[in-house]
Design a protein around this ligand. Structure first.
Ligand SMILES: Nc1ncnc2c1ncn2[C@@H]1O[C@H](COP(=O)(O)OP(=O)(O)O)[C@@H](O)[C@H]1O
Ligand SMILES: [Mg+2]
Length: 254
């Protein structure tokens, strides 16, 4: 029988900034190869949720399990190992501007995985090739388009050999004509079996890729279900209103 343990299990995460209760108890599970999409209004806590899952910010409450094992984030080695397994893609790419594409991808395998430079380079080249940037490896971020920069950041995450990828609105900072090339890379990852938690408001893309959509508002998952249900036939009024709005904005994207 297939292993039913979720790759990632998030249990009752709570997080406040001062008096602002941003996450009010969020739980979710990612099964191997599963793709879950998070949608919801701005300020609802989507980015904070992903930051908490990666321990970029401390949790006030809650537990996170990778392959059934709870992550004790104040054990530095455990956290470093965990972060290699849980890759993170940001809206604004987060590349090192003073390093070219190749070095942006190489630096993790060298510094964190302690791979010999030649091996790290080989891996970095392969990942850049996988995202279609073999011919742009020596370019600096300032010389790349937004779509290319986001593909470098995906290659950088892949070079760490992650089991899960967290993607926070990976195409929202891109000009419309550059969105497709990033979606194509994400689709390739999906067909390769990558487990993903993706925040996006690209309705066509989300509905073709996700096995489940979470509607998140005001720090809580309000409703969850298969894409067709959440996007087009939700039970909660708030989910329906929100989906109607993003549907009008994004219904031509894929
Ligand atoms: N580093 C931070 N410091 C203080 N408040 C923050 C910080 N990050 C997010 N917030 C607040 O948390 C709330 C949720 O933000 P965010 O997680 O970015 O929502 P979303 O990604 O859904 O738009 C907002 O009220 C925002 O102002
Ligand atoms: Mg956000």
């Amino acid at each position: 029988m297939a292993d039913q343990t979720p790759v990632l299990r998030i249990q009752n995460i709570k997080k406040s900034y001062g008096d602002n209760k941003v996450l009010k108890g969020v739980s979710l599970e990612l099964n191997r190869g599963g793709i879950k999409v998070v949608i919801g209004p701005s300020g609802g806590g989507k980015s904070t949720l992903l930051h908490c899952i990666n321990f970029l910010v401390g949790l006030d409450e809650g537990r996170i399990y990778l392959n059934g094992k709870e992550i004790i984030h104040n054990r530095k080695r455990e956290l470093t190992a965990y972060r290699q397994k849980v890759g993170m893609i940001f809206q604004d790419f987060n590349l090192f501007d003073h390093l070219n594409a190749l070095h942006n991808v190489l630096i993790g395998p060298v510094r964190v995985k302690k791979l010999p430079k030649s091996e790290a380079r080989e891996r970095a080249v392969a990942e850049l090739e996988r995202v279609g940037l073999r011919d742009h490896m020596t370019k600096y971020p300032a010389e790349l388009s937004g779509g290319q920069k986001q593909r470098v950041s995906i290659a950088r995450a892949l070079a760490m050999d992650p089991e899960v990828m967290l993607l926070d609105e990976p195409t929202s900072a891109l000009d419309p004509e550059l969105i497709g090339e990033v979606h194509e890379v994400i689709r390739d990852l999906a067909s390769g079996g990558m487990t993903m938690l993706l925040v996006t408001h690209e309705v066509g893309f989300a509905s073709s890729l996700a096995d489940e959509i979470f509607f998140m508002e005001d720090g809580k998952i309000v409703e969850q279900g298969p894409p067709q249900k959440i996007l087009f036939n939700a039970e909660c009024d708030r989910t329906r209103e929100f989906c109607a709005k993003i549907g009008r904005l994004h219904n031509n994207s894929s």
